[in-house]
Design a protein around this ligand. Structure first.
Ligand code: IPE
Ligand code: IPE
Ligand code: MG
Length: 238
């Protein structure tokens, strides 16, 4: 499972909780929306750095199911940014990168939703790397969604109760057949999951840094990867 380059064990799947955009902007006397813009720039560079290192799966927490609680103007600014970002995504993600969105797309504006669907469709056959953008994502919603799908399969008599196990259940999550997260990185000093990849991070390693997301760069990634490489993962064994 683990990949090794130059003596460092790389995670196969790395998840980023991209936190601290608002504080980054506040420190500079800027509106929060400019913090999000700077955060999108950091995301671009981090995805590129992961791709160059040969990391196969990268998941980025862009908008949680709880983030709808934010003021209207911030939500509007984020939707605008998502649209711009997705327009450019094809260009900067790498030619052979598959893009998947985690979360229920239905609350997003129609224009954004159709961009999400076409990006997924157009990149479905790409094999070099998978980038999963968690948008309107919540780990609990993910599990409830899988449970609903299981209930439907059962009601349609497509499965029996015996068919339900961790593998079949896990395969019905938004992340589908992607491997579990090996490493979760959270910026901005907070040490919590905030409803990110609850099921998929059961055995993940965690790396927290005080760096605010817009300042998170390749050097920071390198630090996280070095720490990860030094961890001893036992999965309950000895
Ligand atoms: C993370 O940055 C981005 C989103 C949640 C969309 P924040 O906006 O949470 O930034 P802080 O935590 O307020 O600094
Ligand atoms: C988590 O950040 C969600 C994203 C990074 C998209 P939040 O800023 O929403 O999390 P809390 O409120 O500090 O837990
Ligand atoms: Mg935050």
């Amino acid at each position: 499972m683990a990949k090794e380059t130059a003596g460092i064990v790389l995670p196969r799947h790395i998840g980023f909780i991209m936190d601290g955009n608002g504080r980054w902007a506040a420190k500079r006397g800027l509106p929060r929306s400019l913090g999000h813009k700077a955060g999108a720039e950091a995301l671009r560079k981090v995805v590129d750095a992961c791709r160059r290192r040969g990391i196969s799966y990268v998941t980025l927490y862009a908008f949680s199911t709880e983030n709808w609680k934010r003021p209207d103007d911030e939500i509007q600014a984020l939707m605008k940014l998502f649209k711009e970002y997705l327009d450019e995504a094809r260009g900067f993600m790498g030619k052979n990168t598959r893009i998947i969105f985690l979360g229920d797309k239905s609350p997003f504006p129609e224009e954004l939703r159709s961009k999400m669907i076409s990006l997924e469709k157009d990149s479905a056959h790409h094999t070099a790397m998978t980038v999963m953008l968690a948008m309107n994502y919540g780990g609990r919603d993910d599990i409830v969604y899988a449970a609903k799908r299981i209930a439907q399969l059962y009601a349609d008599k497509d499965i029996t109760a015996e068919d339900i196990n961790e593998k079949t259940f896990g395969g019905l999550l938004y992340t589908g057949s992607a491997p579990d997260a090996d490493l979760i990185v959270r910026s901005s000093g907070e040490q919590r999951l905030s409803n990110f990849l609850l099921w998929q991070s059961a055995y993940a390693e965690f790396y927290f840094t005080d760096t605010l997301w817009p300042d998170f760069d390749e050097k920071e990634l390198e630090k996280a990867l070095t720490v990860y490489s030094g961890r001893s993962r036992r999965y309950g064994g000895v």
